[in-house]
Write a protein that binds this ligand. Structure first.
Ligand code: 13P
Ligand code: SF4
Length: 331
């Protein structure tokens, strides 16, 4: 055996527990389906999850759809194939259910960009402002907010706020700028951003448009304004998925995490989807947090009923109010 390869193989066997090597069922899809019945569980997955996870999920959606599903499920256990703030939102809505996240390290750069102490100071520096926070934030930030929004309903929610009411929008400055543009409202923006969406390059986007003049460019509002300028349609992941089905275009340049392309191909098999490239030709348009979840980890979290989401009750109650407001305002 090649010496380098031997070192890698040895390392895998040393770091993978023996139980995990021997006990993983041969048919993971079937084993997960069996556990789902046993636990009376529902599997909720975001579009940025790997295709196998999307294929086994009971519901696939954007952050708004997933929180609406979490609010109405009758399952005893919610298995959240997404990132921490999404599973945490499900737990805030369902304190008595077990909420599992396949990998507890699946965080979010946007949530990390808004630390609670600094945000508390920011809020104190802007008295009289209504705080609207993008759902991509921690429970502590939600607890300091008046209304939560997602990329699907941010414009609609801001439009419902009295015109003379000053607003703080956090943590995504790109979504905030996009909402300001759409509503004509000034808002004070927290300067956070998503490491995935900010890697899309305007130059590469223009190059792709030149190479594929027939393709329509579509983008998620978390992208930088320079990229959004080249998109003929901007929307949440669910909105983008709906749009490609309605549009008469046959090909699309897609500026968001490429996990969504799995559902786009399923919904419109004859259409072509070109993932927008990042600044370098790396795979950094894939969300490193979302991709921490795997089918194997999904199986183990259901089998072992851990890792589970927990949070202090006072924080949960304070974070629940702005989420409920969002759910009411997006009907
Ligand atoms: P939506 O789910 O609202 O489309 O947002 C995408 C995203 O970045 C989730 O983390
Ligand atoms: Fe967070 Fe961006 Fe990943 Fe969404 S894509 S989870 S905003 S880091």
């Amino acid at each position: 055996m090649d010496e380098d390869l031997k070192i890698v193989v040895d390392a895998v066997f040393v770091t993978t527990p023996l139980a995990a090597q021997t006990q993983l069922p041969r048919d993971l899809f079937r084993a997960i389906a069996d556990l789902k019945r046993e636990l009376n569980a529902v599997i909720l997955a975001h579009y940025y999850q790997e295709p196998d996870i999307q294929d086994i999920a009971d519901y696939i959606g954007d952050s708004l759809g997933l929180s609406q599903q979490a609010a109405q499920t009758s399952a005893d256990v919610i298995v959240f194939a997404g990132v921490h703030f999404m599973a945490e939102t499900a737990k805030i809505l369902n304190p008595n259910k077990l909420v599992l996240l396949p990998d507890l390290a699946a965080g979010c750069s946007l949530a990390d960009s808004c630390p609670p102490d600094a945000f508390a100071q920011f809020r104190a520096d802007h008295p009289g402002h209504l705080v609207i926070s993008y759902i991509n934030c921690t429970a502590d930030i939600k607890a300091m907010s008046d209304i939560i929004c997602t990329s699907a309903n941010a414009v609609k929610i801001v439009q419902q706020v009295a015109p003379d009411q000053p607003i703080i929008f956090a943590p995504d400055r790109n979504l905030g700028r996009y909402v300001m543009q759409q509503t004509g409202r000034e808002m004070v923006l927290w300067q956070g951003s998503c490491i995935v969406h900010e890697t899309f390059s305007e130059k590469k986007m223009v190059q792709l448009k030149i190479q594929h003049p027939e393709a329509e460019a579509i983008a998620h509002p978390e992208c930088e304004p320079a990229v959004l300028r080249h998109a003929s349609y901007i929307g949440s992941t669910t909105a983008l998925l709906k749009y490609i089905q309605q549009s008469s275009s046959q090909s699309f340049i897609v500026a968001t995490e490429p996990g969504i392309i799995h559902q786009m191909q399923k919904a419109a098999p004859d259409k072509k989807f070109i993932p927008a490239p990042p600044i370098n030709n790396c795979a950094c348009n894939e969300c490193p947090y979302m991709r921490l979840n795997t089918l194997e980890k999904l199986y183990w979290c259901m089998k072992n009923r851990t890792p589970a989401i927990t949070l202090p009750e006072a924080t949960r109650l304070a974070a629940l109010k702005p989420i409920q407001r969002m759910l009411e305002m997006s009907q």
